[in-house]
Design a binder for this molecule. Sequence first.
Ligand SMILES: *Cc1c(COP(=O)(O)O)cnc(C)c1O
Length: 366
Amino acid sequence: MASDSTMQQRIAEKLTPQLLSMQAYHVPDRKGLIKLDAMENPYNWPPEMVDEWLDCLRQCTVNRYPDAGAAELKQRLRQIDGVADNLDLLLGNGSDELILLLLMAVAKPGATVLAPTPAFVMYKQIADSLGITFIDVPLRSDDFGLDMPAMRLAIEQHQPSVIFLAYPNNPTGNLFSHSDMLEILQCAPGIVVSDEAYAPFADASMLFVQDTYPSLLVMRTVSKLGLAGLRLGYLIGHPAWIQQLDKIRLPYNINTLTQVSAEFALSKQSVFDQQSRQIKRDREQLIEALNTLGRCHAFPSSANFVLFHVDGIPVTEVFESLKDNAILVKNLNTSHPLTRNCLRVTVGTSEQNKLFLDNLRMILEV
Ligand SMILES: *Cc1c(COP(=O)(O)O)cnc(C)c1O
């Protein structure tokens, strides 16, 4: 066996400098905690639905490779989202994989990708891993809207291959103005991704302008809807882009169990619609309750989470105290200057939200 120092030397020699300088994406241990950190749907399925699902799974042939084109699942997704016939779909193992495929496809020397920040962390994480320069343009500090003069300038200067716009944005929760989105589409020299991970909780989408802007790719996922464990995301766009991207997709990236389970679950749309409506109602109550706590300011949200700022006490103390009481939220204090002293909480069940608020009230009162 090679000695430790020989191993370290080999690692340093053979791996890319980008990889060596990266930090792993940290997923906190969730054992025994009420998880309000990762935008998961808190609701289970009705027992009869679980039985019906298990019947579907019984017919799966796991000795065979999956359907490489996932034709039936794609058909279902098309129907649910009302995707026009002249657009194509690319499926990914979560939208995270689609971000990876997109960035692999543009990873030429000198390529840049741009996103307004704070943004979903995987844009930068994956760009870094591929040695693509990530250009961040801070959002406006008052309302987390797009800083259009700064965006225009950065686009003009860097000519980004891809611009990511999360619509609604994570971690801020707001929807960017539709006219700002259109203006970016007009001046972008490459691909623009409208990342619509939170579409089930927002009454807005860029799907319907894809005819006018063929370089617009709409990215969606079933994760936040309530199927995070299946790992399924999809990109909707002009066939000319999708056909190229499909060349670097691994042939069986959507496994049989995911295909069958997602198809089944999406045939029960009313169950998820009802859950989403409940989550949206609870979100508004949560925002109102946070804003009456006095030392908290909750920002408006079109997603299934709420970003809030805490005054007069270091937010990391609040985060740790919540965790000591078995409630896990996301601490954004050091992630970006605009989210200093901010926490992000996922909308849970009514009981979970109440427990969270009761604990927070107690922590803020001492
Ligand atoms: C959660 C999230 C994703 C990732 O979704 P997966 O399909 O679970 O990989 C993508 N974009 C944004 C903005 C998200 O918040």
